[in-house]
Design a protein around this ligand. Structure first.
Ligand SMILES: Cc1ncc(C[n+]2csc(CCOP(=O)(O)OP(=O)(O)O)c2C)c(N)n1
Ligand SMILES: [Mg+2]
Length: 423
């Protein structure tokens, strides 16, 4: 079967991009996800990955040529069905040797498996979305969280159903961890009325107030004062609820961070400030923007407890959050958790991610949260590889269905433009 690959929408300004060179020649076999062609946008030179596994039959644009988003650039002959997404994790499992072993206390088997399934759901969801973007099926840019699954799942699993979270522009994982369905999330990414925010938020603003997730706030540190305000409301209502406020290391340089955590400390508010420290704010390494890179130290300055945790260890994150939530409910909040983690992909889909040094990247990828947890479940909880594969197959099936439905989901009518708008 022949399939065409179109140029994804990579230029932030909507302008054409220049094709620099092909990385594969016609007649060669390529794998889905393999870098196929180098292109230059107004911001960077980056590579575009193949959407198919098969024979590259024909290229439609020559080096130096200008290409618009949606224009056909290549034709593949696809002989076999695409590899199941489930294979990808086990494929790379071999490279996880050297990962730091985790020690599982006496958790119930079902709980451990639920943590694993939620992390697989996030990884596979993000991988599918990555290709939907590359295929041009889904509009707009996206900020993804592959590599950071343990922070979202570890934190949200330690919260009660009526606790809240606030999130950022990188919120898909937080949403799935808090219990939003892949369907409502995908529909939102497709701009459909059935999306969790009726298609008005898109990728950067996913949330669902009925599930305790405020739609993501894309302004860096924007969620911090909001979370403090929510926690003040809980305190004034004598409620036992807490709010977990996710933000990145980049937020620490913002005034809103200092103002929000100071106020929360002063009033002993029930907020867990969750800093996902992935070492980079966009393309800038934290060592270039702060002298003291231990972010949890900031809490002491404002008079409350801070803790640095291995953010690629889902159990460690769960335990730290459980204790932080207990402190908050006992009136001893807030708590700042710094979760050390790493993103496997660029800041956004338009970021080629050339700034992560190879040795640093390799070291972190060998501590991938999913691979580590899978190894640990097999070695310490007697969970078989077959059981883990079954989980992946189930997740894949769920995502397949969600993708099919999202492609048919209804788009908002023009007349609905002013609905839900103040004024
Ligand atoms: C106040 C503000 N300044 C700049 C931006 C542009 N911006 C979007 S994400 C980002 C980097 C954020 O890095 P970090 O907080 O570490 O989060 P990460 O992307 O690593 O998850 C920047 C500068 C913004 N959205 N808001
Ligand atoms: Mg960061």
């Amino acid at each position: 079967m022949e399939i065409q690959m179109k140029m994804p929408d990579l230029a932030t300004t909507g302008s054409d991009v220049r094709l620099v060179r092909w990385l594969v020649s016609p007649g060669q076999i390529v794998k889905r996800g393999q870098p196929l062609v180098e292109i230059e946008t107004e911001k960077a030179v980056s590579s575009v990955e193949s959407i198919a596994t098969g024979l590259l039959k024909e290229v439609r644009v020559l080096p130096g040529g200008m290409v618009s988003a949606g224009q056909a650039i290549a034709v593949f002959e696809v002989a076999t069905t695409l590899p199941a997404a489930a294979d990808r994790i086990s494929e790379s499992a071999a490279s996880s040797l050297g990962a730091v072993p985790m020690v599982l206390p006496h958790y119930k088997r079902a709980f451990l498996l639920s943590l694993y399934e939620r992390m697989v759901l996030i990884r596979e969801f993000e991988e599918r979305v990555r290709f939907l973007f590359l295929e041009g099926t889904m509009a707009g840019t996206i900020h993804q969280c592959q590599g950071q699954e343990a922070t979202a799942v570890g934190v949200c699993s330690a919260l009660r159903a009526n606790d809240w979270i606030t999130s950022t522009f990188r919120g898909h994982g937080h949403a799935l961890a808090k219990g939003l369905s892949p369907q409502e999330l995908l529909d939102e990414l497709f701009g459909a009325t059935t999306g969790c925010c009726k298609g008005r938020g898109g990728s950067m603003h996913v949330g669902n107030m009925d599930q305790g997730m405020v739609p993501g706030i894309a302004i860096v540190a924007g969620g911090i004062p909001l979370a403090a305000g929510m926690a003040l409301a809980f305190k004034m209502q004598n409620s036992s609820q807490v709010v977990a406020c996710f933000f990145g290391d980049g937020a620490v340089a913002e005034g809103a961070f200092h103002e929000g955590i100071n106020m929360a400390a002063l009033w002993k508010l029930p907020v867990i400030f969750v800093c996902e420290n992935n070492l980079y704010g966009a393309s800038t390494h934290i060592s270039k923007v702060m002298k003291n890179t231990r972010i949890s130290d900031r809490a002491a300055v404002y008079g409350f407890r801070g803790q640095t945790v291995d953010g690629n260890d889902v159990v460690a994150v769960f335990e730290a959050t459980r204790h932080a939530a207990a402190d908050c409910r006992a009136g001893n909040g807030p708590v700042l958790l710094e979760l050390l983690t790493y993103r496997r992909i660029g800041h956004s889909r338009r970021d080629p991610c050339h700034y992560q040094p190879a040795a640093e990247r390799e070291a972190w990828l060998s501590r991938d949260p999913l691979l580590r947890f899978a190894t640990c479940l097999e070695q310490q909880a007697a969970i078989s590889a077959a059981e883990l594969a079954e989980i992946k197959a189930r997740v894949d099936h769920r995502i397949d269905e969600a993708v099919q439905n999202a492609k048919k989901a209804p788009l908002p009518a023009v007349e609905a433009l002013y609905e839900g708008v103040f004024g």
